[in-house]
Design a protein. Structure first.
Length: 329
C-alpha cells in the first residue's frame, strides 16, 4: 500500500485501504470515461464557452490532466493573466512589505506538514512557490494582505497547476471574485456566510438548527474552517478537488450545498448529541468516512439533497445577515 497519495499527502495511521481501493477501482472507470469526453470537448483548443453541457461536465468532474486549464478558463483567471503579462513577476520584483513577508514566512512550515512535496527536503520544495504566490498576492491585494487559510488554498492550487503564475491568478479569482470578503481583516463575508448557513439549516434541516440553538453552539465554532479552507484538510483530497471544480464555475453557493449535504445526510447522527462538546465532536466526525470519500456519489448528492438553492436566495440572506452583524458590531 502506498503511504503517500498521488498529491503528496501522507495517509493517516488508521487509513482504510480496503474500502479506498474498492471505491477507487470503481472511480477509475468513471475517470477514464470522463477523460475521453473532456478531450473531445476541448479538442486541443484551449477555450470553453459557458453552457449547460459544460456545467454538466464540470459537475461530473474534470480529469486531472485538464483541471488546471479548465479552472483557469472558467474562473476568468486565464483572461486576467493574458491581459496582464509580466504583472506577477513585477509584483515579486517590486518593493516588499516586511511585515507581510514575516507573516507569510511564519506560516510556511505550518502549511501541509503531512505533504512530502512541501518538506524542506523535497526537490523541488513547493514552499518556495507557495511563498512567492502569497507574497505577490499580498502586494497585489493590499486590503487583504495575507490571512491564515490562504496558505492552504494557494498550496492546493500549486499542487494542481504546478505553476506559480497560474496559482496566483486562480487565488485572485477565488479571493477577489468568487468568495465575498472572506479574507479581509474583518472577515465580514466569512462571518456573514456562516450566519447564512445557519439560516439555510433552519429552512432545510430545522431539527439540527434547533439543537444548535438549544445548546448555544455558534455556527462559527463548527463550520468556520469549512469556509476558510474551502474543505481542505476537512474532506478527502479527491472530494475537495471535485468541489472546487464546481466552485470555480458556479461560485460560492457550492460551499453551502456541500455544507447542507453533510448536515442533512448526517442529521440522525448529529441529533444524538446531548451537549455542547458532543455537538462539536459530531461535526468533526461527519467529514470522515465512506460518504465523503466516494466523491462521485457525494457530488451527485450535493445537487439533489439540499433541494433548490438559488443565488438570489443566498444574496437576500447575505444582506439580512450582514446588516445584523454590522448592527451588533
Amino acid at each position: 500500500f502506498c503511504r503517500v497519495d498521488p498529491y503528496g499527502f501522507e495517509r493517516p495511521e488508521d487509513f482504510d485501504y480496503a474500502s479506498y481501493e474498492a471505491f477507487f477501482s470503481r472511480y477509475l472507470v468513471v475517470l477514464t470515461r470522463r477523460a475521453i469526453k473532456w478531450s473531445k470537448l476541448l479538442k486541443g483548443n484551449n477555450s470553453i464557452q459557458k453552457s449547460l453541457k459544460v456545467k454538466r461536465y464540470i459537475r461530473k468532474g474534470i480529469p486531472n490532466e485538464h483541471r488546471a486549464l479548465v479552472w483557469m478558463i472558467v474562473s476568468g483567471a486565464q483572461a486576467n493573466m493574458e491581459q496582464n503579462p509580466g504583472y506577477y513577476h513585477r509584483l515579486l520584483e517590486g518593493e516588499q512589505n516586511a511585515k507581510l513577508l514575516e507573516a507569510i514566512k511564519t506560516d510556511m512550515n505550518r502549511t501541509f506538514p503531512d505533504n512530502v512535496k512541501f518538506r524542506k527536503t523535497a526537490d523541488p520544495c513547493l514552499q518556495h512557490a507557495l511563498y512567492n504566490v502569497l507574497v505577490a498576492y499580498g502586494h497585489h491585494n493590499k486590503s487583504v494582505g495575507y490571512c491564515q487559510g490562504m496558505n492552504f488554498i494557494a498550496g492546493y492550487l500549486i499542487l494542481i497547476t504546478k505553476n506559480e503564475e497560474e496559482s496566483f491568478w486562480l487565488l485572485d479569482a477565488l479571493i477577489g471574485r468568487i468568495l465575498p470578503d472572506y479574507y479581509s481583516p474583518a472577515m465580514l463575508g466569512l462571518k456573514t456566510d456562516q450566519e447564512v448557513l445557519g439560516e439555510l439549516v433552519k429552512m432545510k434541516v430545522p431539527a439540527v438548527a434547533e439543537l444548535m440553538e438549544r445548546h448555544g453552539v455558534m455556527w462559527t465554532l463548527v463550520v468556520s474552517r469549512w469556509f476558510i479552507c474551502l474543505f481542505i484538510d476537512i474532506l478527502p483530497v479527491e472530494t475537495v478537488l471535485r468541489i472546487w471544480d464546481c466552485l470555480f464555475y458556479e461560485g460560492s453557493k457550492i460551499i453551502f450545498r456541500v455544507a447542507l449535504t453533510l448536515i442533512k445526510q448526517n442529521q440522525a447522527f448529529i441529533l444524538e448529541a446531548t451537549n455542547f462538546p458532543d455537538i462539536c465532536d459530531k461535526f468533526k466526525q461527519i467529514t470522515k468516512g465512506t460518504f465523503v470519500t466516494e466523491c462521485h456519489t457525494f457530488m451527485q448528492k450535493i445537487f439533489t439533497d439540499p433541494g433548490s438553492l438559488s443565488m438570489a436566495t443566498i444574496n437576500k440572506l447575505r444582506e439580512t445577515c450582514r446588516e445584523k452583524l454590522l448592527s451588533q458590531g
